[in-house]
Design a binder for this molecule. Structure first.
Ligand SMILES: *Cc1c(COP(=O)(O)O)cnc(C)c1O
Length: 242
């Protein structure tokens, strides 16, 4: 089977899952955007996905994503950045990304704003929320296994959101989270929905909820996710990350 056919089959299977989840949740399929997570996969795959009708792609490392986005310029894709972001890489990401899902601290807001201003761009931003149990209360082994995953505590979201909303070159779109590894995804996404409800009291337009990956997209749709970040279910296995 050609790579194109393989990607087409996987895309169709994911679409079936999303349609079924929306039906069960009583939601309109049009409320949910599937973002293909192309990290570690080559630009040729991005090109095939674009031909197959994919409009949104996501990357999680600046060094890899910048050149890939440049190579795929002109395909009309919307590029999402979903990885943890170092402050000194923010300006580089602001040059090619259309949406940054991982805004989790005030210094990053400042750096992204500057980068977007310099490039004369407007950047959509989501505040990443940590749904991990506080490390202090987790057993050492669990804390070690979790590692640093990024995300603001729910109590910090308002402050970060206000900073995004108050900076002309950034646009506050909503919240993002990754379910805790080995935890209860449904409970985590319900918590994220609560954070989103609270955020929208002050920022009614910030209605995006980025949640759900290959393994838990159904739970995310049930909890109201508007954006699913789907990697391996569309692109197949990734080589293990360093
Ligand atoms: C890699 C990644 C995904 C996609 O994960 P899959 O399990 O391959 O679907 C989604 N979100 C984030 C933040 C990721 O880093």
């Amino acid at each position: 089977m050609s790579r194109r056919d393989e990607l087409g089959e996987r895309l169709a299977a994911v679409e079936e899952r999303v349609v079924a989840a929306c039906r069960e949740a009583g939601r309109d399929r049009a409320e949910v955007t599937v973002i293909a997570v192309t990290k570690t996969h080559p630009a040729s795959d991005v090109r095939l996905l674009a031909e197959l009708g994919v409009a949104d792609v996501a990357e999680n490392r600046e060094q890899e994503a910048g050149p890939k986005a440049a190579e795929c310029a002109g395909l009309g894709l919307r590029w999402h950045y979903i990885g943890q972001l170092q402050t000194n890489k923010a300006a580089a990401v602001a040059r090619w990304a259309d949406v940054v899902h991982s805004v989790d601290r005030l210094r990053l807001v400042t750096a992204l704003r500057r980068g977007a201003e310099q490039g004369g761009r407007r950047l959509d931003c989501l505040v990443q929320v940590s749904l991990d149990p506080p490390l202090a209360s987790a057993p050492d082994a669990l804390a070690g296994a979790l590692g640093p995953r990024g995300g603001a505590f729910p109590s910090q979201v308002d402050e970060i959101a206000d900073a995004v909303a108050g900076s002309g070159s950034l646009r506050l779109r909503g919240v993002m989270a990754v379910a805790p590894r080995g935890g209860d995804a449904a409970a985590a996404f319900a918590q994220l929905a609560t954070v989103s409800d609270r955020l929208r009291k002050g920022h009614p337009d910030a209605s995006w909820i980025s949640a759900g990956m290959s393994g838990d997209l159904e739970a995310a749709v049930h909890a109201g996710a508007t954006h699913l970040r789907v990697g391996s279910a569309i692109l197949g296995m990734r080589p293990p990350l360093r």
